[in-house]
Design a protein around this ligand. Structure first.
Ligand SMILES: O=C(O)c1cccc(C(=O)CC[C@H]2O[C@@H](n3cnc4c(=O)[nH]cnc43)[C@H](O)[C@@H]2O)c1
Length: 214
């Protein structure tokens, strides 16, 4: 099988890369070819990089791996989750105090799901399923957090996930978005982020998943 592993920054998959000694181009794990795509942070960078990769090559399965902020207090820092639903939460229009989604405006859809397949289920059965939003601006203001929770009630947020699912959907490419919680979504408090724990747990999971693909 040919797999695409998409991440925003090299740091987020550094332990995995060291574990398997990943290089540029195809890397072989258990007979599968793994291509690493480091996109840069954000949905535009992700869409551009994935668009380039998917236009010039074909893949059987894709992973989006990274850290995330959690709205949900039932998730703990370091928890690894499987995103089953994602949303371009800022895509739409303000109408005074109301938000009109892109769906409501009639210009498309704001919600994305992974292209499912038997492999997705077999790989991710053990992971908690969550709903996510994808943002350009990381929430860090109590009022805007309350408004977003009231409107969408997401479990986590990232800056790339919905773009990953969008690109996969355009190519009918099955995939999984696997995220580890590095911080709670709250009034900005960068000192409270536990990025090392999130990266360590994310990478243990990725090594497990790639070893499961035999
Ligand atoms: O500072 C570091 O050492 C460091 C190492 C690796 C990655 C980072 C990042 O800041 C990655 C940004 C990445 O993380 C996602 N993320 C994490 N928390 C949130 C959040 O609360 N809201 C939205 N996105 C979040 C996001 O997908 C970024 O791509 C730093």
């Amino acid at each position: 099988m040919k797999l695409l592993l998409v991440t925003a920054t090299p740091e987020e998959i550094q332990p995995l890369s060291s574990h398997f000694d990943f290089r540029e181009g195809p890397n072989i794990v258990n007979g599968n070819e793994i291509f690493i795509l480091v996109t840069g942070v954000g949905m535009v960078a992700t869409a551009w990089s994935m668009g380039q990769a998917l236009a010039s090559d074909t893949f059987d399965f894709a992973f989006n791996a990274g850290i995330a902020g959690s709205f949900s207090r039932t998730l703990n820092p370091g928890d690894v989750v499987n995103v089953e639903k994602d949303c371009f939460s800022e895509l739409g229009a303000q109408d005074h105090d109301a938000f009109l989604s892109i769906d409501h405006l009639g210009f498309g859809r704001g919600t994305e799901y992974p292209v499912s397949g038997h492999l997705s289920d077999a790989l991710s059965d053990h992971l908690p399923k969550v709903s996510a939003i994808t943002v350009n601006t990381v929430h860090g203001n109590e009022e805007s957090i309350e408004q977003t929770v009231a409107r969408l009630n997401p479990d986590i947020e990232t800056m790339e996930g919905a773009a990953f699912f969008y690109c996969c959907r355009m190519k009918s490419l099955p995939g999984l978005q696997v995220r580890a919680v590095s911080n709670y979504v709250e009034r900005r408090n960068r000192l409270a982020w536990n990025i090392p724990l999130a990266i360590a747990n994310l990478n243990k999971e990725l090594i497990y998943l790639l070893n499961k693909l035999v």
